[in-house]
Design a protein around this ligand. Structure first.
Ligand code: E4P
Length: 214
């Protein structure tokens, strides 16, 4: 399973890149606004040290505007992936960009039908949001299992980015369900390598070791 970081915070990304755990980055308008920095500057900085796809999202809701924005975003760095909403206009833009060889990530996917539509339109990635489904008492992970089945059934070249991840369990279940990629908030990622028994174990070993030679 590939790990993307779901953040626009450069320091968070740099910390995890040093561990060899970052296969790509996803951003969205909310994450960009949180940083309080210029959109282009942030995306170009991330692209300069991340060896993998970096999703940057369009703001327009009409296909024509999405395509204009996409051309601009794609010119910022070779590893920019255009993130588009799961709407009719988003599908139109996805198809048009795919024909031009520009990579796309269709976001805000909440059903198998939406995922299938985006994949058929040529999306490089689809982003089903598990956390937001769980929030409304719908099993988000079932959507990941079902989308994986559909992609396998028809050998579609689209990869599933499991998005809206809220906890370690989501990452573990996404891997078991066959999500190709998990996009994980930078603040959550350290919880993946931590365990209280590991900390207790280290303390005990060090305490026993300190008794040596007494
Ligand atoms: C990633 O592509 C999504 O924008 C992100 O995972 C959404 O997460 P949220 O539901 O926690 O805002």
């Amino acid at each position: 399973m590939k790990f993307f970081l779901d953040t626009a915070n450069v320091d968070e990304i740099k910390r995890i890149v040093k561990l060899g755990l970052v296969d790509g980055v996803t951003t969205n308008p909310s994450l960009i606004v949180k940083e309080g920095r210029d959109f282009k500057q942030v995306v170009q900085e991330i692209c300069s040290f991340v060896n993998g796809p970096v999703s940057a999202e369009v703001i327009g809701t009409k296909a024509e505007d999405m395509l204009k924005e996409a051309e601009e975003l794609a010119s910022w760095a070779p590893n920019v992936v255009i993130k588009l909403p799961m709407t009719e206009d988003g599908l139109y833009a996805t198809h048009a960009l795919t024909q031009k060889g520009i990579k796309t990530n269709v976001t805000l996917v909440f059903s198998v039908a939406q995922g299938l539509m985006a994949a058929k339109a040529g999306a490089t990635y689809i982003s089903p949001f598990v956390g937001r489904l769980d929030d409304i008492a719908v099993d988000g992970m079932k959507l990941i299992r079902d989308l994986r089945t559909v992609i396998e059934n028809y050998q579609l070249p689209t990869e599933i980015i499991v998005a809206s991840i809220r906890n370690v369990g989501h990452v573990e279940q996404a891997a078991i369900a066959g999500g190709h990629i998990a996009t994980i908030p930078g603040s959550l990622l350290p919880s993946l390598w931590k365990h209280p028994l590991t900390d207790i174990g280290i303390e005990r070993f060090l305490s026993d070791w300190s008794k040596m030679g007494k």
